[in-house]
Design a protein. Structure first.
Length: 299
């Protein structure tokens, strides 16, 4: 097959697309990458939470997929809205990378060692609400840009520390910059964090067959549980919702979190279920959060 892969032009997005391309080439297919500029790339200084646009880094790529300019799209799973356009499906979810969030500080200070009032760079309400719940004396400072840009801003003194995803830093070769890893219990990750979503047209069975060897069934089911929770709660990037599922033998354990923006209320719930019942598990944990008061927070 001659497969056209759609991707954003950032270094991380291209790393992800090249990873998929290499595996398709190894399987005997021809593959090429087409770079597509998205709304998120065109609005580099608009805070993500206030953009008012779901799928800020997705829509233009999905449009290219629907009109046949590309055969598949490679996304960061955490960027993919739970409601996909009609006719598109996630054909494969490769094995997940490290789902944790990490701290990078200018002087190698760990989170507990940062001085009062330290400027913490993050545009994620999910991250900042959990960080503020642990330390209300810190100052949350919005930051946008790709990984390289954020590290440059840190190094020139715009921030005392930044919080980023471990998977992206590792994929780009910046793992040595990491000062501290946050456990899933300290900062619950974004839905789908560390995982890739390979999206195709629903009726493109040939491309789906070519992608089948790239799918990691356990990761795929874990992400389904997380996305079911998000769908049940009706949230997106503008509200502090988090979820992380991991397999333990034949079962998935899912942890979910909803928080107020200022970190004054943090609700957590967890449950386990057979891997095959992933979506029901996500709904169960979401319902537990609602019983604790998540609906009021999200309103």
């Amino acid at each position: 097959m001659n497969i056209k892969i759609g991707s954003r032009g950032s270094k991380l997005a291209l790393w992800q697309a090249e990873w998929v391309k290499a595996r398709l080439l190894a399987a005997g297919h021809n593959a090429e990458i087409l770079i597509i500029k998205t709304s998120g790339d065109k609005l580099p200084n608009v805070p993500l939470a206030s953009s008012g646009t779901k799928g800020l880094f997705i829509k233009e790529i999905e449009d290219a997929l629907l009109d046949g300019r590309i055969d598949l799209a490679v996304h960061s799973m955490k960027d993919l809205p739970v409601a996909q356009p009609q006719g598109l499906v996630v054909a494969a979810v490769p094995e997940r990378g490290d789902a944790r969030d990490v701290l990078i500080s200018r002087d190698a200070r760990r989170f507990g060692e940062l001085p009062a009032g330290a400027r913490l760079g993050t545009s994620s309400l999910r991250r900042s609400s959990q960080l503020l719940a642990m330390r209300r004396d810190l100052t949350r400072a919005p930051i946008r840009g790709n990984v390289d840009t954020r590290l440059v801003k840190l190094d020139r003194g715009d921030f005392d520390a930044v919080v980023l995803a471990a998977a992206g830093l590792t994929r780009l070769g910046f793992a040595e910059r990491i000062t501290q890893y946050f456990s899933v219990d300290e900062i619950c990750p974004a839905v789908g964090q560390g995982a890739l979503a390979i999206e195709t047209r629903q009726d493109d069975h040939s491309t789906a067959r070519a992608l089948a060897p790239l799918d990691h069934p356990t990761t795929h089911q874990a992400v389904r549980a997380e996305r079911a929770l998000l769908r049940r709660l009706g949230g997106g990037c503008a509200v502090p919702i988090a979820a992380h599922a991991a397999a333990h033998e034949s079962e998935l354990r899912l942890v979910g979190m909803v928080a107020s923006g200022d970190g004054s209320r943090v609700l957590r719930a967890s449950a386990s279920a057979p891997v095959a019942d992933a979506e029901q598990l996500g709904e169960t944990v979401a319902d537990d959060l609602v019983r604790q008061g998540a609906a009021e927070i999200l309103r």
